[in-house]
Write a protein that binds this ligand. Structure first.
Ligand SMILES: Cc1ncc(COP(=O)(O)O)c(C=O)c1O
Length: 263
């Protein structure tokens, strides 16, 4: 999991490489194996304040949460009067082809609190905390704020973006499916490509070899990609990307993969 680099967010981030230099962090946090419903059930008690879930883990390597896990998290939060929080900062706001990642589930589970950010104001800094009445009752006016919070310009841009996002969703889904299909073709060609994961334009290519040099090789040819967890190439293209541009990216990736020493 990854939730950010401020004290609270880092405390609930599971990756040692981010935590290491800032410990000790907040106590009382439990990290659970991904999609392990039994572990989730065991972790809850009367003392549980809440659970935080990325519907598709981003930094964690593009791992979607199962519907069963999400539903169990809701059920346990209700049973123990805890908050269910969805971190939609990377997987939300159109990225997976729906407004938010949790809407991908066959049986939708609603959070008590949701955070969203990245594409919200098209690159201008803006993040939001959305809460239902129960959770919102804990925060009064003036209790949460920051110098640049609520910027009128960023909020205006976000409102404009919301007007067009709905029209972008079909092509995010279509081009995303096309992109994953083309990556699967490559996965059949190169044995070190293990799995293509993700939804919409949030795509991970899981490999059995490190991806750091591949990122640099692709970059040298004009393709900007990223690598998480050492061996997962991550693709988060702009929402307006076309099939033709995906083809250009696949051509570059094919060349990068063909040049691997393991070939
Ligand atoms: C899922 C998730 N949560 C939280 C964050 C942190 O956002 P920020 O760096 O704006 O605090 C990120 C950033 O990558 C993220 O991917």
């Amino acid at each position: 999991s990854f939730h950010g680099r401020t004290l609270g967010a880092l405390s609930i981030t599971g990756q040692p490489k981010y935590r290491r230099d800032f410990e000790p962090l907040l106590p009382g946090i439990k990290f659970l194996p991904h999609n392990d419903v039994a572990a989730l059930e065991q972790a809850f008690s009367e003392r549980t304040a809440g659970s935080v879930i990325e519907w598709i883990q981003g930094e964690g390597g593009i791992f979607p949460v199962s519907n069963e896990y999400g539903r169990k998290a809701r059920e346990l939060a209700d049973r123990y009067n805890a908050l269910l929080v969805f971190d939609e900062i990377q997987c939300g706001v159109g990225r997976p082809g729906t407004w938010f990642g949790y809407q991908l589930a066959a049986l939708v589970v609603l959070p008590d609190v949701m955070v969203a950010a990245k594409p919200l104001a098209c690159g201008l800094p803006l993040g939001v905390i959305v809460a239902n009445e129960k959770a919102a009752a804990a925060i009064g006016a003036g209790m949460h704020g920051s110098t640049f919070g609520g910027s009128a310009l960023a909020c205006r841009v976000a409102l404009e973006f919301f007007d067009i996002l709905e029209t972008l969703l079909p092509s995010i889904r279509r081009v995303g499916d096309y992109f994953r299909g083309r990556l699967e073709e490559l996965a059949r060609k190169y044995a070190f490509l293990r799995e293509v994961r993700g939804r919409g334009l949030m795509i991970g290519l899981d490999m059995s070899v490190p991806g750091k040099q591949m990122v640099l090789d692709a970059q040298a040819q004009g393709l900007l990609i990223n690598c998480t967890h050492d061996t997962v190439l991550r693709f988060l293209p702009p929402y307006i990307v076309t099939e033709k541009e995906v083809d250009a990216a696949i051509k570059i990736l094919d060349g990068v993969f063909a040049a691997q020493p393991s070939q």
